[in-house]
Design a protein around this ligand. Structure first.
Ligand code: NAD
Length: 492
């Protein structure tokens, strides 16, 4: 059995053998390799390597850093099929979906290629007689990223190109469920000319995470995962004096108004609920159908779902692959059973596909006439289960969304500009789509939710990313021709 090793100081480093985990191919249910789990000593090794590299990387010229970022961009572009194949093998999503994920990650590298512009400070001449003031952005030091299983390339790429372009050294702790893509990114960064120690990968579970959160050599933590883990990371790292952004889970609502184009809305529901088997933090998991929209949507969605092919992700005709693991598939199934027990109508039953070929499959499930009290609505299921709630009005729909603890993404489908405008203004959610079901912001905007979907005050990438990975220093300078003597009053 091959091992996925750590990547520290520019090379593969085998784990010390004390702890490891199995990596599955979710489409077959087989263990395909093992991944080393870091100990606290191995985390210290990575922090030491990154700290040593920071001394020169933080002083590398903008031209040098830009050149490496452009080379990395070209290499990721060139190796996109290889990256997508690794994603599909370990995560299970379809090849087309995996390629889309690589593309969205690549766009953040392209954003970071503009670091010369992004890191510019401000300059004010003559703030007082003979005095100029200017601000400069400096890197923080060694920073780390803790990432989830559902986007093994895109989510690390939300963080590391921006952090590294800003002059930091980065330690990535990817999900132990699909760890291989991170090592491929490390190899590409090395080929791009990134000095050793600037980007490191440490594999593992909560032991590795806690060692990172408590290590005094780490200045900032970016993390993406479920809400309980995000809260733990935020509280632990902040208590240790670190800057933290911790993105959490989600329950994303799509409101369909009676005036919407129902066929387009049904297509959006199917794509946004069942794409990637519903394992997306921006997946639509609740549709709030206003007025008669529900009666018109349900038959359309039933027809569209009948045409979907659930298969191995590398099948070119597959629309949807398996879930990440057997235990996760069983947990999702238990929500389907709870929904039935609580009285929701199962309009599409995907359970007959629960165990194709030993893989972790579950077909698309659609519940109608769900109420906000039901567990199928309250919990983040993170699987191909969509709930439809019937509602009387936009006010009612806004009330449902605002009572929900999560605030990651939401969408409205309508042809009425006034309704859309009111929705974008009043909804308390961080990312809003208008006739766009998965409104993931482009790399030059920042990605992040509200409420229990994000702990911390900075979103990822875009301008928030630059602010998060730098600290500002303001210089007040005077070059006097001749000293006018000591001044004892407060400068004004
Ligand atoms: P997870 O919370 O189980 O794991 C996330 C990371 O934290 C992994 O690296 C994991 O090893 C580590 N971890 C797990 N348990 C831990 C613990 N007790 N202490 C410390 N570290 C721990 O999440 P997951 O199952 O890998 O990913 C799915 C979740 O991520 C979903 O809730 C999804 O909504 C969320 N997610 C959110 C966003 C977003 O942008 N808000 C994006 C992607 C995924």
């Amino acid at each position: 059995m091959t091992f996925v090793d750590h990547w520290i100081d520019g090379r593969r480093v085998a784990g010390d053998g004390s702890r490891a985990g199995d990596v599955y191919n979710p489409a077959t249910g087989e263990v395909i390799r093992q991944v080393s789990f870091s100990t606290a000593a191995e985390i210290t090794h990575a922090v030491d390597a990154a700290t040593e590299a920071f001394a020169s990387w933080s002083r590398a010229t903008i031209a040098t850093r830009t050149k490496i970022m452009f080379s990395f961009r070209d290499l990721v572009d060139h190796h996109r099929n290889e990256l997508a194949a690794v994603i599909t093998e370990e995560h299970g999503k379809t090849t087309a979906d995996a390629l889309g994920e690589v593309q969205r990650g690549l766009e953040v590298v392209e954003f970071a290629c503009g670091l010369g512009h992004l890191l510019k400070g401000d300059y004010s001449e003559g703030v007082s007689t003979g005095v100029d003031s200017y601000s400069i952005r400096q890197p923080l030091g060694v920073v780390c990223g803790i990432t989830p299983f559902n986007f093994p390339v895109m989510v690390p790429m939300w963080m590391l190109p921006v952090a590294i372009a800003c002059g930091n050294c980065f330690i990535l702790k990817p999900s132990e469920k699909d760890p291989s893509a991170s090592n491929l990114l490390a190899e590409l960064f090395t080929q791009a000319g990134l000095p050793k120690g600037v980007f490191n990968v440490v594999h593992g579970d909560r032991v590795a995470v806690d060692a990172l959160l408590e290590h005094p050599g780490i200045a900032a933590v970016s993390s993406v995962g479920s809400t309980p883990v995000a809260r733990h990371i935020y509280e632990t790292a902040a208590a240790a004096g670190k800057r933290v952004q911790a993105l959490g889970g989600a329950k994303n609502h799509m409101v369909v108004m009676p005036d919407a184009d129902m066929d387009a809305a049904a297509d959006a529901m199917v794509g946004a609920a069942y794409g990637s088997a519903g394992e997306r933090c921006m997946a639509i998991s609740a549709v709030v159908a206003v007025g008669d929209a529900g009666d018109r949507l349900i038959p359309l969605v039933q027809d569209k779902v009948r045409a979907l092919k659930v298969a191995h992700g590398d099948d070119p005709d597959a629309d949807m692959g398996p879930l990440i693991s057997g235990p996760h598939r069983d947990k999702v199934l238990s929500f389907v059973e709870a929904g039935l027990a609580e009285g929701a109508d199962l309009a599409i039953d995907g359970r007959e596909l629960a165990s194709t070929d030993g893989g972790f499959f579950l077909g698309p499930c659609l519940f109608d006439r769900v109420t906000p009290q039901m567990s199928v609505y309250r919990e983040e299921i993170f699987g191909p289960v969509l709930s439809v709630i019937r509602s009387d009005s936009l006010d009612d729909a806004l009330g449902i969304i605002s009572s929900n603890p999560y605030g990651n993404g939401t969408a409205i489908f309508t042809n009425d500009g006034g309704i859309a405008r009111r929705f974008q203004s009043e909804v308390d959610v961080g990312m809003v789509g208008i006739n766009v079901p998965i409104p993931v912001p482009m790399a030059f905007f920042s990605f992040g939710g509200w409420k229990a979907s994000l702990f911390g005050d900075a979103h990822v990438h875009g301008t928030d990313g630059i602010r998060f990975y730098t600290r500002t220093k303001v210089v007040t300078a005077r070059w006097p021709e001749r000293s006018a003597g000591a001044e004892l009053h407060f400068p004004s």
